[in-house]
Design a protein around this ligand. Structure first.
Ligand code: OGA
Ligand code: NI
Length: 354
């Protein structure tokens, strides 16, 4: 007979542990695709536009090459809402180091990882989907979720000390990602003929950056289970370091799922809802999902760059005119709105539509 519940009873099982026996995943992980369709792990590959960041870093040189690249950027973000960034200045060996510490962390024994567990009602730390209802379909993934910016708000006790290089590598990587994000946000503004700091000003001095390490164990039923359910990101922009070898990310394009290719040293960048709002809907926050793989695990690192929490954001005035009326209200604390809508199964950006 079971005794009275203790705190211990609440300890969760990681997907990594569930995957070990190779059995069919438990019912709460089975995702029914709309009308019961199975999940297609290999739809067509989508030629995600490739942007060379080194060509769009300066606002003064104004070479024709830069203009061309800015046009490509504008067109990518207003159609599929994403691109593969090359020429970003982070070395291939450093990207591999980031992948290596991520892998070493997830390979630690359960007890070691659980030292960094997310508290039940918190976002940050090591864990799985937050379970809010019995009917919720769960993602086939474990995560490590850590706020990295503003620096004085880091919860360092949740930052792994094992592997030894984890903290330092994460610090260095996210500093580089912040630098690149700022270049990109300026270029995005210039590509729309706006003052280059306008988006960054909306992000504010205390902009937020969150790192999410995603671990997708192999899964016995990739036809029934998703690594991450369909969603658009609630960020301003998201920069994703993909696994070097294992694919899994898919985008919804014209109502069909397509595969995102791997370019080993490229960073996959996508618009989040908040930049869709700031751009008055010109830039699109794409719906995406992650499929699982029956043989291989997959590890990615998503970095979400977002405006300062309490700051009101809204469409840039320069993007509103008679031909293109204002599409979104001003909003603040979008992350909270996002969470409520997402949990209710609604598209969060609808909350900001006029
Ligand atoms: C995310 C996400 C994609 C991936 O973390 O929001 O969409 O490939 N991740 O891990
Ligand atoms: Ni996402």
């Amino acid at each position: 007979m079971a005794g009275s519940p203790t705190k211990q009873d609440l300890t969760w099982k990681s997907v990594q542990e569930l995957a070990i026996n190779g059995d069919k995943p438990p019912a709460r992980y089975i995702f029914c695709d709309g009308d019961g369709e199975q999940i297609d792990g290999f739809p067509p590959l989508f030629p995600v536009p490739v942007i060379d960041v080194s060509l769009i870093t300066s606002s003064t040189s104004q070479s024709s090459k830069e203009d061309e690249e800015l046009e490509k950027l504008q067109s990518a973000l207003s159609s599929c809402g994403c691109f593969q960034a090359v020429g970003h200045g982070i070395s291939s060996s450093f990207l591999d180091k980031v992948r290596e510490v991520s892998k070493l962390f997830f390979e630690l024994p359960t007890e070691e990882k659980q030292k960094y567990s997310r508290a039940v009602d918190e976002l940050e730390g090591y864990g799985t989907d937050q379970v809010l209802s019995e009917r919720q379909i769960l993602d086939w993934s474990d995560r490590m979720f850590l706020g990295v910016h503003p620096e004085d708000q880091r919860k360092l006790k949740l930052w792994p000390e094992n592997p030894g290089a984890f903290r330092e590598v994460l610090h260095e990587f996210t500093a580089k990602i912040k630098f690149i994000s700022e270049i990109l946000l300026k270029a995005m503004a210039r590509s729309l003929k706006l003052e280059e700091n306008c988006f960054l000003n909306q992000f504010g001095e205390q902009s937020t950056m969150i790192a999410r390490f995603n671990y997708y164990p192999h899964c016995a039923r990739p036809d029934l289970v998703l690594g991450v359910k369909p969603h658009a990101d609630g960020s301003g922009i998201t920069i994703l370091l993909q696994d070097r070898e294992v694919e899994g990310l898919q985008l919804l394009q014209n109502d069909r799922w397509v595969r995102v290719p791997i370019i080993p040293d490229a960073l996959f960048v996508n618009v989040g809802d908040q930049v869709q709002i700031m751009s008055n809907g010109i830039f699109k926050s794409p719906v995406h999902r992650v499929v699982t793989n029956s043989e291989k695990e997959r590890i990615t690192l998503a970095v979400f760059y977002m405006p300062q929490k309490e700051k009101e954001i809204g469409p840039e005035d320069g993007l509103i005119d008679e031909k293109r009326p204002r599409l979104f209200k001003k909003v603040k604390n979008y992350a909270d709105i996002y969470f409520q809508y997402y949990q209710a199964g609604k598209r969060p950006i609808d909350a900001a539509k006029i």
